[in-house]
Ligand binder design. Structure first.
Ligand code: GLA
Length: 337
């Protein structure tokens, strides 16, 4: 049987470092994505990658995804290990999502592989996102939240998704024709993401142990936290949750000035309270804020380098000539072809 699956990358418009606290996020699946095509194969996964050396060759069932070579094969193995009915395939992977840019090339790979291995026969898109999240934990040890995988599995054309990461309720938010979304790489490669990300997550858990779940915490409770670091981390999360709804409302009203302002506030909070920005990201956001026709910009994804997302007029592309940028559109979620 011939198999052909596709899954998009994503850009997060707002709601950063909130998913793993049960908070709110607003990602959008993008037109750049990862495809898997091949023929079914009994009891084995054999995949090559267009443009990347090495072949993944695994016998099912998988016992330890962390030891698999080449490294991208760990995501494949993690997915196969995360659901018992995974079927074999002999084929190839190809992707238009730039790796390491913060556009979730790994989530796109996981979801495309999950569909190719038959996850759609047994699981809903939300369940597929959850099993891909477990796969990422198993493959890399990075304790990521579920935002990237949900955006890839559940995207809706023309819309971003407001996700309540406590209930996993998804609400489509239309992207008006009057805006363009542009993702620009700062030129700084992401570094220390794994350990610094895990530290931030642990700090949010420590703050929640003091004031209760951050999703429900008031700013008064947050300001009472004595430890400076924990107070700052919690302040980011609580204020960012509020900004997600402010931004979604502003988009619905086509109040692009307010939407842009909320993005700039999000960036400041990520820089000052959550401390995941870099000089390069700060300089790029400051530059974009001064460009005619740009409503707002902020770092997107985990931070520590990588990309900025900008909201601007549809007739401009504010990408500086020395940097890589992508005009992205809100795409449909993952599917079999
Ligand atoms: C990475 C993780 C997501 C999320 C973001 C930060 O992309 O995979 O789960 O936590 O960082 O918002």
């Amino acid at each position: 049987m011939t198999i052909h699956s596709w899954a998009p990358g994503r850009v997060n418009l707002i709601g950063e470092h909130t998913d793993y606290t049960g908070g709110l996020v607003l990602p959008m699946a993008i037109q750049l994505g990862t495809a898997v095509h091949g023929e079914s194969l009994d009891g084995r996964i054999r995949l090559s990658s267009v443009g990347v050396a090495g072949q993944v060759d695994l016998a099912l069932p998988i016992s330890d995804p962390t030891a698999v070579e080449p490294e991208w094969g760990r995501y494949v193995a993690g997915v196969a290990a995360s659901f018992p009915d995974a079927k074999g395939i002999d084929g190839a992977v190809s992707s238009t999502v730039p790796a390491g840019a913060g556009l979730s090339s790994s989530a796109a790979l996981e979801i495309a592989v999950a569909l190719a291995l038959g996850a759609g026969e047994h699981h809903t898109p939300v369940e597929i996102a959850q099993l891909a999240q477990r796969a990422e934990h198993a493959a890399t040890g990075m304790p990521c939240g579920v935002m990237d995988q949900l955006a890839s599995a559940c995207g809706i054309e023309g819309h971003a998704l407001r996700i309540d990461c406590q209930t996993l309720e998804l609400t489509p938010v239309a992207i008006p024709d009057s805006v363009r979304v542009v993702v620009i790489h700062s030129g700084e490669h992401r570094r220390l993401v794994g350990s610094a990300y895990a530290d931030r997550r642990a700090q949010c858990e420590a703050a929640a142990a003091l004031v209760g779940p951050l999703r429900a915490a008031t700013m008064t409770a947050v300001e009472s936290i004595e430890d400076d670091v924990l107070r700052h981390r919690a302040r980011h999360v609580v204020s960012e949750n509020a900004r997600v709804d402010q931004f979604a409302r502003a988009l619905a009203d086509e109040d692009l000035g307010s939407a842009g302002r909320v993005m700039l506030e999000s960036h400041q909070s990520l820089r000052d309270d959550f401390e995941v920005s870099t000089d390069g990201l700060d300089a790029l956001v400051a530059h974009l804020a001064g460009v005619e026709g740009v409503y707002g910009a902020r770092l997107t994804g985990a931070g520590f380098g990588g990309c900025v997302v900008a909201l601007c007029r549809p007739d401009i592309d504010p990408t500086p000539p020395s940097l890589d940028g992508w005009v992205v559109s809100a795409s449909t979620g993952a599917h079999l072809r």
